[in-house]
Every structure is written in C-alpha cells, then in structure tokens.
Design a protein around this ligand. Sequence first.
Ligand code: PLP
Length: 383
Amino acid sequence: MHRPIYLDNHATTPVDKRVVDAMIPYFTEHFGNPSSINHQYGWEAEAAVKKTRDTLAKAINASPEEIIFTSGATEANNLAIKGVAEAYFQKGQHIITLATEHNAVLDPCKYLETLGFEITILPVQKDGLINLDELEKAIRPETILVSIMAANNEIGVIQPLAEIGKICRAHDIIFHTDAAQAIGKIPLDVQISQIDLMSLTAHKIYGPKGIGALYVRRRNPRVKLAAQQHGGGHERGMRSGTLYTPQIVGFGKAVEIALAELEQENRRLTQLRNKLWERLSKIKGIHLNGHPTQRLAGNLNISIERVDGAALLLGLQSIMAVSSGSACSSTTTAPSHVLTALGHSEKLAYASIRFGIGRFNTAEEIDTVAQQVILTVQSLQRM
Ligand SMILES: Cc1ncc(COP(=O)(O)O)c(C=O)c1O
C-alpha cells in the first residue's frame, strides 16, 4: 500500500530498529522492577536504568543523580514549573516565559495564574528569537522562574540558552528550558548555559513514546522541587511510580545514537532542508517562518499568501504527511500561536506548512515533495 512520505518528525519519529532491539529483552527476560533490591531481576533492571541515567547526564553535562525520569516532556515541564512555583512561592510569585512556547509550558503557567501567580509572556522578534533586553526588563524582585525553550517545535528556532542562563544567574532566578526538540539535535550543556531545569523526551529522536526526563540541578544552586505525583518515593521523591525499564532503555539508546551521528546527520538534514527551500522559494508569495539559520537542521516552516492552508494540506495529503501549525494541538482550528507571535496575520498563519525532515527521509523524497507542493500551490493559485 502506498503511504504518504513522512515529514512530520517534529510531531514524533519512528522508533529506530536499533532502539527496538535494545528494548525487547527488557519486556520479557529482564522484566524486574528496578526498585526490587533483593534479587537479580531487580538488579538487572536497575543496571539498565542506571545506564540511561548516565547517558542522559553525559549528553547534557550533568550528574546522573540529577536526572528524574518522567512520562515525557509534558510531565517534565509540569513538574518543573508547578514544582518550582510550589517550592518557592514564599520567595516570589512571578514567572517569565515566551509567547512561542509549547502548550506544555504555557498551560501550566496559565494554571498557576488561577492560583494567584503572575505570568509575563514575552513577545518574540520577527525571526522567533527572544529579545534579551525585554527579558532583563521583565525581571522583578519577585521573579522565581524563567522558562524559555531550547528549540521551537514549529519554526525550529534555537534560543540563545547561554545568554538567557547568564541573565537568570545574575538575578538569582531559576532557569528552566524545554529541550524536547533539542536533545540529540544540537549540543546541550547545562553548565555552560547555566540551566537549572531541563525537560527531555525520547520520541522526537527515534526513541519510544511515553518516556522523558527532567534534569534538576543539585549544586550551585541546589534547586528545590515540590513533587507533583506522590507515592513510593521514586526518583528522590520527586516523581513516584515504578520506572518503565524498556522505555528507559530505549531512551538511552536513542540518545546514544543521536549523539554519535549528530554532526553528520545535521549536515545531511541541512542539505535536504536547503534543497527543499531552494525549490519552494520560487513560489510567489512564499515566506520562510523563523530565523533563516539559527534553527534546527531538519526544520522548514513556510507560509504562502493567498493560498488556503486547509485546501493545500488536503491537496497534499496523499503524497506527504506534514503539519499546519502544531500537531500537538491540531485538534483545534485556531491559527498557530507561534506564527501569530511572529507578527503574521491570522490568514497567513493559516496557510502554513511545517516540514520536519528526519533520519529516514531521502533526497528523492525531498524532490517529490518539492515538485508536488509547487504543482498543488500553482493549481490553487489559478483557482
Ligand atoms: C517543545 C515541546 N515541548 C513539549 C512537548 C511534549 O512532549 P511529550 O510528547 O514528550 O509530552 C513537545 C512535543 O509534543 C514539544 O515539541
């Protein structure tokens, strides 16, 4: 059966077969509970969990004890934001975030607003980058947390983490970053960038769904977090619940592969992305959304004037799987909040496509996609 070309790798990715192979024994053979300290089954599972903890810590230059496993980046963001709010509310009740954040950051902030916290949502510049002067100006004595994403899930824009970290540290404010789209795709270093909390997920880098992690700084400064899920006291009491060993093994393997192949893969993806843009840029009224170079290698986000976005996607549906706006909120028909934050009119924001090129895409696929988009747009423009 013919299936459309998959170009929605920011929504999720297929699990790499090498990752599946690493996971399988942990469903059947090494099925123990990592918390069972009295027998070999538990020790085997615990050793596997430790291996991933070490891999993740190394990937971001942290210590293994600073990695807290969660069900994904949504949970990690909730734990970071609500956990800090609850632990530090006596110090202050003001949080700063960015207009282009994922809803998994914006919605916990909105929830905290109902509890009396004040949230400043900073606008972005036309290219999607944060304005560092605006960040400085927004800081108040009662600011306890700044939450700014590492890489955007729609326009791929990479924020200047080290500069943000420097500002936060100078003002003694906790810096959280949602790195769901960044881990395994760009180098991350919590020491260089002075990051205190970092959300991670496996399923954007060819790992399984349903597993993620939160990095929680333990030294200089030690970050306090109020648990949002209580129970057996797992993960140093910050996140109770039996650890999901096969998923954790898959997460570790996915990160290991992504880091080993990072430079070479980024070069390949950049070439494919540039080739796609080179072809599409000939379309009349086309715009590139987000910073032209400070973005994820596999990301291309475009808007086309005077073309109905829904009609365009419908016309392309059988050929390629892409998203308009964010797939994570694609059940809504509202225009993407990320594109409207760039200053686009609602109409232009509607006619947008997010291409997420990934590990299993080929140059031939990109040729087909470019050709089909051009043909479909031409026929819609004629209409
Ligand atoms: C930037 C960003 N944050 C958070 C999430 C949510 O991650 P998860 O699906 O692991 O909960 C996603 C993906 O949907 C994302 O792209």
